[in-house]
Design a protein around this ligand. Structure first.
Ligand SMILES: Cc1cc2nc3c(=O)[nH]c(=O)nc-3n(C[C@H](O)[C@H](O)[C@H](O)COP(=O)(O)OP(=O)(O)OC[C@H]3O[C@@H](n4cnc5c(N)ncnc54)[C@H](O)[C@@H]3O)c2cc1C
Length: 288
């Protein structure tokens, strides 16, 4: 069976995180705090170019229990041994906080019901539970070269938005528009005085509608801005032409992507990124 990593891709190390404790930060968000040797090694191994990145993310790996795979997963070895559909499923999550003093890492999981793997896992997680992961990735940090920062997203992007706002300079200016289920799902963000956090609520409406309506109601920015916009894929597809074309925000100042897709598990959603349905931006023309 040819299940190998694509040629040229370096084997990616995996880490095992152990749950220290969990906390409900809102009715639909659980914070899982991890500690232990795996966390310490992960923190030590963060490459220099990712230090200061505020949308740092990891890929949690979930194998079907009936396969009885032992942690940590050696993904290269598993690719040799397993059929593709038996490989651990990947779920992408933002590092909400790295506490270097306590050598702990926190991840905030949206609790979105019984469907899926990672959301239900986090909702039921308790001290001593272990999870294997790869990473980190991530590219964004609020740029010191702009006048204002704009953040648009739903609950799935709330950890990255909150981490970015909390890392911004004390004199930073900007606006965050964040969609959550209801007023009860709002959390406290330690924002600089100049960054307004504006919550919008689904209150039973479709995912993304309240966010898109609130962003469409904004005036085009008059100053130099950077934009961080992430959340449900269709909502991001609707925001892209407004932000990129109408407002004229260049790609270099715009971090915009789908974090999940309504009705699709992450495996399907990620696989669709090469198909038209999965694309937020038109593919770049090949260099001449
Ligand atoms: C870079 C990046 C960073 C991310 N950071 C975070 C993070 O910090 N916290 C976080 O919670 N999510 C985050 N996400 C989104 C997360 O990866 C997806 O929500 C993922 O699909 C959840 O996996 P699951 O196993 O719970 O559900 P899946 O098995 O992937 O999906 C099962 C069903 O649940 C639905 N579903 C999935 N996510 C949601 C949701 N948020 N709300 C409602 N329905 C949903 C799907 O549409 C599907 O119908 C991030 C995604 C990316 C790409």
């Amino acid at each position: 069976m040819n299940n190998a990593a694509p040629a040229g891709r370096k084997p990616r190390p995996t880490h095992v995180f152990e749950v220290d404790r969990t906390e409900r930060v809102s009715p639909h968000m659980v914070r899982v705090r991890f500690r232990g040797e795996g966390v310490e090694r992960f923190i030590d191994a963060i490459p220099a170019e990712r230090i200061g990145i505020t949308d740092l993310y990891v890929k949690l790996l979930f194998a079907r229990p009936e396969l009885g795979l032992a942690l940590p997963y050696d993904m290269e070895a598993l690719r040799e041994e397993l059929a593709p559909h038996d490989m651990p499923s990947r779920r992408t999550y933002t590092i909400r906080e790295i506490d270097r003093l306590e050598q702990a890492v926190a991840i905030d999981f949206v609790v979105h019901g019984d469907e899926g793997i990672a959301g239900p896992w986090a909702a039921a997680a308790g001290p001593g539970d272990r999870v294997c992961l790869m990473g980190p990735g991530g590219n964004y940090a609020p740029s010191p070269d702009v006048d204002e920062h704009l953040f648009f997203g739903d609950d799935s992007a709330l950890p990255a938005i909150a981490a970015s706002i909390e890392a911004a300079d004390p004199d930073a200016r900007g606006l965050a528009v964040i969609e959550v289920g209801s007023a009860a799902d709002e959390i406290v963000i330690d924002a600089p005085l100049g960054i307004e956090v504006r919550w919008v609520h689904r209150d039973g409406s479709a995912h993304g509608d309240a966010l898109v309506a609130a962003v469409e109601a904004l005036d085009a920015p008059a100053n130099a801005v950077d934009v961080f916009a992430h959340g449900e894929r269709e909502a991001m597809k609707r925001l892209r032409p407004l932000i990129h074309k109408e407002w004229g925000i260049e790609r270099s100042r715009l971090s915009l992507s789908g974090y999940w897709a309504y009705g699709r598990a992450e495996d399907t959603f990620q696989a669709e990124k090469n198909a038209p349905i999965g694309q937020i931006f038109e593919p770049e023309a090949p260099a001449a």
